[in-house]
Write a protein that binds this ligand. Structure first.
Ligand code: ATP
Ligand code: MG
Length: 387
């Protein structure tokens, strides 16, 4: 990649199907892009009906490409050269650009979005190919060319480019409302948070901490995980819920095989209260079907019964290996596997119920002051904002 391309064309992909929301989505994407690239003062963003363009100025191309590739809502990008929509100029630029490409065969594609341009696309293809054939050693191969030269004729000018780089896809952050993500220190929940962000959903996180059984180290770990995710969402609010009293109450009074079930019921009750307060439209967790006793479908149902709030489990159907692969890519894996104590692991029963019964758990919790403890925990929740 070199700087003879001073322009990056950004395609929205999925966005195009969104009809009347499109304008709003493009505005969001525009703002998110500007924010992500704010450290490059020479960059100028140009907004057109179907695309956004980044004018690089002095900014280093490969750095900018790496950033742009990770922004939700961008489907693909191309490094393009914009020239006047004039056939001689198109031919001349196409020829000069293709001389810098590696390969021995080529094919020309042309899209004429500007129907006022007087020459049909087949004719453009023919005359550009003729110039290349005459002035280089390259041969035409329409089926499997080494070099694909694309020409797009638009209102503001004509774009010439070779490669299309696939990007993250999804929707621009903020387009999908806000979720409250239950964030442990494990591998799964950060991946779940990322999957939501990619779909345009902003997240706030809630963590249940049980000092002194769990250490401050967990919180450092969470901050490191969140600063890794801040590539996708620049500011993340973390609600730290003091969970010790609730856990002690559960473990003193409820038979061991039912402890995890009750603990998780309490987590969801608390999450619902925070979600309502913070205008989060859903609660999300990193639960994955069958991974552990509390994540069988039967378990999830008994746990979920405490709330009618919508719950999303983005990694529910993924295998651990797939989740790990994503975690590695996000840079959260190495942080997640640092040794630490989660409230779940500290109090993990030897024989947790894989199919906890609802009437059973209700019978146990009836006698306990859990609702008061829950209110108290919500009141004493600490908030940190990770940037
Ligand atoms: P993870 O890898 O995300 O920790 P896990 O496989 O270890 O998940 P569990 O410990 O059973 O599974 O937790 C399942 C989900 O419950 C987590 O993904 C997370 O969403 C939520 N959760 C568990 N512990 C906590 C906690 N201390 N604070 C907030 N959420 C939690
Ligand atoms: Mg865990």
């Amino acid at each position: 990649m070199d700087n003879k391309y001073d322009l990056i064309m950004i395609r929205f992909g999925e966005l195009s199907t969104k009809g009347k929301n499109k304008k709003e989505f493009i505005s969001l994407l525009f703002d998110n892009l500007r924010n992500a690239l704010k450290e490059y003062p020479s960059i100028y963003l140009e907004r057109r009906y179907d695309h956004l363009y980044i004018h690089l100025g002095e900014a280093p191309l490969s750095e900018v490409v790496d950033i742009v590739k990770e922004i939700p809502g961008i489907h693909s990008i191309s490094l393009v050269k914009r020239v006047d929509s004039d056939i001689d100029e198109i031919k001349e630029s196409a020829l000069s650009l293709i001389k810098g490409e590696k390969g021995s065969t080529f094919k020309v594609n042309c899209k004429r979005a500007n129907k006022d341009f007087p020459i049909h696309s087949e004719e453009v293809i023919r005359s550009v190919a003729a110039v290349i054939l005459k002035n280089t050693e390259l041969k035409v191969d329409v089926h499997n060319p080494d070099i694909l030269l694309s020409i797009e004729i638009r209102d503001e000018g004509t774009y010439i480019f070779f490669k299309t780089i696939p990007c993250l896809g999804g929707y621009p952050l903020g387009a999908g409302g806000k979720a409250l993500m239950m964030l442990s220190g494990g591998i799964d929940s950060p991946v779940a948070a990322y999957l939501l962000m990619r779909k345009g959903v902003r997240v706030e996180c809630v963590h249940f901490a049980s000092p002194p059984y769990t250490s401050e180290g967990v919180l450092i770990k969470l901050e490191d995980i969140l600063s890794q995710l801040s590539h996708y969402q620049s500011e993340i609010r973390l609600h730290i819920v003091p969970f010790t009293k609730i856990q002690e109450c559960i473990y003193k009074n409820i038979p061991e095989p039912y402890c995890i079930t009750e603990m998780r019921r309490c987590m969801y009750k608390i999450s619902e209260k925070i979600a309502r307060k913070r205008n989060c439209l859903v609660i999300a967790s990193g639960e994955s079907i069958g991974q552990v006793a509390s994540q069988t479908l039967a378990s999830m149902r008994t746990i979920n019964e405490v709330t009618s709030y919508p719950i999303i489990r983005p990694v529910a159907v993924m295998d651990k290996e797939e989740i790990i692969k994503l975690a590695v890519r996000l840079g959260t894996y190495d942080i997640s596997i640092r040794p630490y104590e989660d409230c779940c692991t500290i109090f993990a029963p030897k024989n947790p119920k894989t199919a906890p019964k609802l009437d059973e758990i209700k019978k146990y919790e009836e006698k306990l002051p859990l609702d008061e403890l829950i209110d108290e925990a919500v009141q004493n929740t600490e908030v940190r904002v990770i940037k």
